[in-house]
Design a protein around this ligand. Sequence first.
Ligand code: ARG
Length: 459
Amino acid sequence: MSKLWGGRFTKQTNHLVEEYTASINFDKALAEEDIQGSLAHVTMLGKCGILPQDDVEKIKEGLRTVLGKIREGKIEFSVSDEDIHMNIEKNLIEEIGPVGGKLHTGRSRNDQVATDMHLYLRSRVIEIVGMLHALQEALIGQAKENLDTIIPGYTHLQRAQPILFAHHLMAYVSMFQRDAERLIDSYKRINMLPLGAGALAGTTFPIDRHFVAEQLQFDRIYENSLDAVSDRDFIVEFLADASLIMMHLSRLSEELVLWSSTEFSFVELDDAFCTGSSIMPQKKNPDVPELVRGKTGRVYGNLMGLLTVLKSLPLAYNKDMQEDKEGMFDTVATLEGALQLFAPMIATMKVNKGRMREAVNHDFSNATDIADFLVGKGLPFRQAHEVIGKTVLYCIQNGKYLLDLSLDEFKQFSELFDDQIYAVLQPEAVVNARNVYGGTASVQVADAIRRSEAMLGLT
Ligand code: ARG
């Protein structure tokens, strides 16, 4: 069949060129948005008297029929019609005859595709914010169950100071809160209308862009027609936001993998979220967090890919820009896939409180607190640090922990020790001593949970 743009050509397109330049195999994902945009455009053409109302009604009905057929899988898209825009137009013309050819009046595929991308990302961003909130809710749920669970807190992956497990989980709630805020902020740059920019310079028809914006519920209109058709910043921004979310998920994944190892045994992921080994019958592998950690790479790759595509592109539209789509679709699928699994995986995770407690009882993560104890007795911190360093070394050499030492043993290192030290060294006391805003004391963590719940509207 002939091309919609075939008039100027004297030869058929080489079929390899057709295949190489076509985007239909992936931009068919924009079918709903493309028709949504076209409906608003043609309504405006009628309202502005550019097309007779009769034609407008026929076109709208035709577009709805085509949409219905696409939804039912009754339309076979064709590579020779290049992309979703021309496939839909071709089908519209087949459906209602030559009047369908009036739809493209006063617009270009350049402002059309940009509009589709804005519409597409707009709904995905709302979806993703909802998924982030669901994950935060799952983390908060676990935090509430673990307000009295103490784990060793780490720096350099070495035991540092004991903290509440709830505090650790709430750190991720804060990260995902920033992620949601970033997406919500980007919404104002996504929710802008490019349509009406034409191919690059505007259009000779007396269109009403504000009317189109209103119908599509866009808050703003692009100020400059060249910018409208060549801007993909909003996609880059989305890919960057998605990269940060994946990075946060990947850090949590790494902790879940570590915590569910036999060596840690801090948590056990539900069987429904793990897989087995084809050879080793005893295995239960944390495939989901591993794969999320792994898939983070492709999301970063999609960001770098698009930044590189856009670099050095002259204004306005260039075919290179068709490369904005697969990375974006892939990122949406990868991110939504991860978030969808993470919320229930966290909610169903079993926390091995006993094992965590055992870990805390067998470490020196209360060492800072006896240094602080000596400081309280008047010793300069630097000297206290030295005294406790020696005390810890003594413990290590004698196979003991700080709480195992007798008062006489303590006194070998400093006369300032007294029997209050045993209360100070209890993990609960160590945790609750960090009673500053944002600290790990249980009253502070309980407050943090309340604040997050209020912010998420969970109370
Ligand atoms: N399939 C194209 C894309 O995704 C649509 C815009 C085509 N515009 C053009 N002037 N060839 O970028």
